[in-house]
Design a protein around this ligand. Structure first.
Ligand code: FAD
Length: 420
């Protein structure tokens, strides 16, 4: 008799972003036969252009109490960190109403608990994966420095800092001359810094994802070029995916298509409120800055990250869906941001005016775990602003949930059913 195929033998992962690749890496490492499908090159989506922060203690949701008060100020400035094109606004209302509902204090505490459980060991988990792939040079463990004008300015973010502290993050406050000695070149506008020494960063997020891809192949997984057009169902189960080259059967399918994930779930009766928060970056190859760690300008919500290719300035949140063309002015504003923070930074040869789609759920929690009404289908998407950070922990968690031994972290907070 032919040996019964183990349940884990054929798993398809839809999407080769850093999340799908981390999931595939852990599945392959646990012995599953994994195929990853993506029409684009591995790691070329949002995962290629992010700010590189591995922010394990970033547990405050975007929707914090009082968020509504900050929005008009950001929207009214043409160079504001938030933009909603007026024509897109009506489409966004249901998402926004869920977003505001998430800002209730009790819900904020639940979300922070869930994010803390997911992300607590993120730096260590990235380190372990990169070490296995011989790519530890990608990981920088020098922390993050967040900049404020003064105590009153810091007070606006007090809720977020309190949540970080509650979940074990040690904060060091640097003031005045001490701050400027610690990080030379800063504008005198900034007189207060919050330093977190134990956070990590990737020196090249695209290569980071490519290293995960190489690891999948090293462990006999396959990475194929091709778009998944639909999930195939039979007798109430998901049994594979439809591609342009024909159907591809599988014992289980993991949906990890970033901001594109919700559209594949719709025909199965799941309407997940997934929005793209489009973010931008520019790269300064010759900034002339002495920058040992990520610096975050709290007033502009801009991340200034030292990377292999130069200093990357990343940020802004722009709604507008998946198809609207990028707005080059958004990237240009980032150049102004770096001049505001580091007045002497050289923008000579600035390049890489890039836009990517952060996959965002209104409650700032990703969707991770089984799809209750469709056995065979699992999810790993919606990591929003924290998908690089969350990729390694998500991969480890989902592989254990799928293949055992059962993880200690409950998946209920991340269930897709919370929206149905
Ligand atoms: C400006 C900016 C700065 C950021 N900074 C940080 C940061 O500092 N730290 C952090 O942790 N996170 C950061 N993020 C967020 C992070 O980049 C994302 O959360 C993360 O990259 C999402 O990964 P993903 O794999 O889910 O999506 P993606 O990287 O977008 O990958 C999804 C993949 O799915 C594929 N796909 C789509 N449809 C299909 C289909 N039908 N069939 C097959 N494949 C499909 C796409 O081609 C794509 O390759 C930032 C994001 C931006 C935009």
């Amino acid at each position: 008799m032919q040996a019964m195929e183990t349940e884990t033998s054929r798993i398809i992962v839809v999407g080769a972003g850093v999340v799908g690749l981390a999931v595939a890496w852990h599945l392959a490492r646990a012995g599953a036969a994994v195929t990853v499908l993506d029409p684009e090159e591995p790691g070329s989506g949002a995962s290629s252009g992010n700010a590189g922060a591995i922010s394990s203690s970033s547990v405050a949701p975007l929707a914090m109490p009082g968020v509504l008060k900050q929005v008009p100020g950001m929207l009214l400035r043409p160079d504001g960190a938030l933009r909603i094109p007026p024509s897109y606004f009506p489409r966004l209302i249901p998402w926004l109403s869920r977003f505001l509902a998430s800002a209730r204090p009790a819900r904020v505490a639940e979300i922070a608990d869930a994010l803390a459980l997911l992300q607590a060991g993120a730096v260590e988990q990235h380190r372990a994966m990169l070490a296995e792939e011989g790519a530890l040079d990608l990981l920088r463990e020098t922390g993050q420095l967040h900049l404020y004008f003064d105590d009153a300015h810091l007070a606006k973010d007090a809720g977020g800092w309190a949540l970080r502290q509650k979940h074990g993050q040690r904060l060091e406050y640097l003031r005045g001359a001490e701050l400027h000695a610690f990080q030379p070149g800063l504008s005198p506008r900034y007189q207060l810094g919050v330093l977190m020494r134990d956070l990590g960063a990737s020196t090249n997020p695209r290569r980071h994802a490519e290293v995960f891809a190489r690891g999948v192949e090293r462990m006999d997984g396959r990475i194929l070029k091709g778009a998944v057009r639909a999930l195939i169902t039979e007798n109430g189960h998901v049994t594979g995916v439809a591609t342009d080259a024909g159907p591809l059967p599988a014992d289980r399918v993991v949906l990890a298509a970033g901001a594109w994930s919700a559209q594949l779930l719709r025909p199965l009766g799941y309407r997940i409120p997934l929005e793209s928060q489009r973010g931008y970056h520019v790269v300064l190859p010759k900034s002339g800055l002495d920058l040992p760690r990520i610096v975050v300008a709290a007033d502009r919500k801009a991340f200034i990250s030292p990377m292999e290719m130069g200093v990357r300035v990343a940020g802004t949140v722009e709604f507008g869906g998946l198809d609207r063309a990028p707005d080059p002015r958004r990237a240009a504003y980032l150049l102004e941001d770096i001049r505001r923070v580091f007045p002497a930074a050289s923008t000579e040869g600035a390049e890489g005016f890039w836009m990517g789609h952060r996959p965002c759920l209104p409650d700032s929690l990703p969707v991770i775990g089984p799809v209750a009404r469709w056995p065979g289908l699992w999810c790993a998407f919606g990591h929003g602003h924290l998908g690089l950070t969350g990729s390694a922990p998500t991969g480890a968690l989902l592989a254990r949930a799928m293949l055992g031994p059962a993880p200690n972290t409950p998946l209920s907070a991340f269930a897709p059913e919370r929206f149905t």
